[in-house]
Design a protein around this ligand. Structure first.
Ligand code: NCD
Length: 297
């Protein structure tokens, strides 16, 4: 049994083994519906989610598991129960894995120290979102074979993005060069120490990128004014049609979703030939099956 609390703590060979295992879970692969038969996967999502929660649910059902779901509304968290009490009570139901999304950074780590089953972090505040980074890396590996020597440009609200942090760790571990770009107020210190390069000039680095990952402005996490206006942001950092034309001919566009169309990404680019955004979603199921398998075994 193993937790997946972050990309931090996973070695390159372990990440590659997990991504290789996910290949067998693509549609048309061998039947895996016995793997977690009779076992329970508990989804504890105390923050909104469209993709991640349903992706874990589809993945768990594909492995034959029973799935239980809790949200902030509909669980006793709304009656004042602490996260630890909720988690311990869910643990008493005997799940193989608890999948947790929480507004607080470190929440899954806290739960993991107090329960005996595996814990998977499905996004903790602005900290990590490891399954998203793994499905992003999986999508790029399927396109490229290897990430070694490739340049991935991450553009947007890095400050508040758990996706950016997990991807920086994951992509550099797999051999890619990662450049992070955004307005100075949305780029936190310390990214170079984590292996990234930082720039505030999108148009200068854009032609170097083999893939561009656009991030949403996480306005729900912005306590104060980080930006003059979203229109100004779109003008300086939005991936519009003109910018997409200056990318390498084969370069890809990724986005973890949800997209704010016309802000970080123009609709024509989101739906255009460079976009692998829906591939990311489809690949997410195979990657999460592999994660649940590894963590539950
Ligand atoms: C992201 C998240 O929730 O961290 N979405 C996702 O899980 N696919 C990114 C976001 O909310 O912008």
């Amino acid at each position: 049994m193993r937790h997946l609390l972050g990309i931090e703590g996973w070695r390159r060979d372990e990440l590659i083994a997990l991504l290789d295992r996910a290949l067998a879970h693509l549609p048309g692969g061998p039947d895996a519906s016995h793997t977690l038969r009779g076992r329970v996967v508990a989804n504890l999502f105390f923050e909104d989610s469209t993709r991640t929660r349903s992706s874990f649910e589809v993945a768990a059902r594909g492995l034959g598991a029973d799935v239980l779901n809790w949200g902030l509304v509909g669980s006793s968290a709304s009656k004042g129960e602490t996260l630890l009490d909720t988690a311990r009570n869910i643990e008493a139901l005997g799940p193989a894995v608890i999948v947790i999304r929480n507004r607080a950074s470190g929440a899954p780590h806290l739960v993991a120290r107090h329960v005996r089953c595996a814990v998977v972090n499905a996004g903790d505040g602005a900290h990590e979102h490891p399954s998203q980074a793994l499905l992003d890396a999986f999508t790029l590996r399927r396109r490229w074979g290897s990430l070694d020597g490739r340049t991935v440009l991450i553009v947007g609200d890095v400050q508040h993005s758990r996706v950016a942090r997990s991807n920086l760790l994951c992509l550099t571990a797999l051999g890619a060069r990662v450049v992070l770009c955004g307005p100075p107020t949305l780029i936190p210190p310390g990214l170079e120490e984590m292996g990234g390069e930082v720039t505030h000039r999108l148009d200068e680095v854009l032609p170097q990128a083999d893939a561009v990952m656009c991030l949403r402005l996480q306005t729900e996490r912005m306590g104060e004014a980080f930006l003059p206006s979203t229109r100004e942001y779109a003008r300086l950092f939005g991936l519009n049609a003109a910018r997409a034309e200056r990318m390498k001919p084969e370069a890809l566009v990724l986005h973890p979703g949800p997209i704010n169309r016309g802000v970080e990404l123009a609709p024509g680019v989101a739906d255009g030939p460079r976009s692998v955004i829906l591939e990311q979603v489809a690949n997410g199921v195979a990657v999460r099956r592999a994660i649940l398998e590894v963590c539950a075994s």
